[in-house]
Design a binder for this molecule. Structure first.
Ligand code: ADP
Ligand code: MG
Length: 253
């Protein structure tokens, strides 16, 4: 109960937000109680789930910097069983404002503690960096899920990420597990994608999820409509694979 999964990779554009939004929505669709936590100042998960910027009063900034309670910030979404802690660009200043705060890496963990058991899954959508916001996510999490884009430099930068995970495991969160690697944006028409899959599997072995997310236009269109793929086009390949991934997450426990 109450499993917290951080979706992290300091590379931008690898499918973190797409995976966070759609995995959260698919698990909610399967009847699980899910909380989506946006800790990226870009707020892409927030807008991707249909929350308008002008419509946000309190967000992750108020939680981390002002110490507001999670329950005061959590809000429902258009999807049944799916709640969100939104983020706005205001969060961009948080790393600097928190510089002198003691225990600044455990702020998110402490904030999620009281509400954790109300959910089956909590997904944290990380920013594309290994700074304080991502550290907060990794410290709060039970597990980390790494999206890896099926492209030529797929493994580049991953050793840095794994190193950060090891440091967090050593100093901040001894129970953090590397849950798995999700391959994203596979272009099945090229051999390159197949090569990358082999390379990533050689390195991460059974940690790699069987479900591979292909490139799918409907997946890239959905965020501009403020909808997860299951609401935007439930019959698309994108919806099919994210439901499959959600089932695999459930099966792996
Ligand atoms: P990140 O959060 O890691 O920066 P995103 O999830 O925002 O990455 O994805 C980057 C871009 O690629 C976005 O425009 C998104 O809509 C698009 N995208 C992500 N996954 C897919 C996919 N499987 N097929 C097509 N477009 C995708
Ligand atoms: Mg993102």
């Amino acid at each position: 109960m109450g499993k917290i999964i951080a979706i992290a990779n300091q590379k931008g554009g690898v499918g973190k937000t797409t995976t966070a939004v759609n995995l959260a929505a698919c698990l909610a669709h399967l009847g699980k109680k899910v909380l989506l936590v946006d800790i990226d100042p870009q707020g892409n998960a927030t807008s991707g789930i249909g929350i308008e910027k002008g419509d946000i009063d309190e967000c992750m900034y108020n939680l981390l910097v002002e110490g507001m309670k999670a329950r005061e910030i959590i809000r429902p979404t258009n999807i049944e069983h799916l709640h969100i802690i939104p983020a706005t660009i205001q969060l961009a200043g948080a790393e600097i404002e928190l510089v002198s705060v003691v225990s600044r890496e455990i702020l998110l963990k402490s904030a999620l503690e009281p509400i954790k058991e109300q959910y089956d899954f909590i997904f944290i959508d990380c920013p594309p960096s290994l700074g304080l916001l991502t550290l907060n996510a990794l410290t709060a999490a039970d597990a980390v899920l790494i999206p890896v884009q099926c492209e030529y430099y797929a493994l580049e930068g991953l050793s840095q990420l794994l190193n950060t995970i090891r440091l967090v495991q050593k100093h901040l969160n001894t129970s953090l597990k590397l849950d798995g690697v999700v391959l994203t944006m596979l272009d099945a028409r090229t051999n390159l994608g197949i090569q990358v899959i082999q390379e990533v599997k050689k390195y991460f072995r059974e940690k790699v999820y069987d479900t591979i997310i292909p490139r799918n236009v409907r997946l890239s269109e959905a965020p501009s409509h403020g909808k997860p793929i299951i609401l935007y086009d439930v019959r698309s390949k994108g919806a099919e694979v994210y439901i499959e991934l959600a089932k695999e997450v459930l099966a792996r426990g």
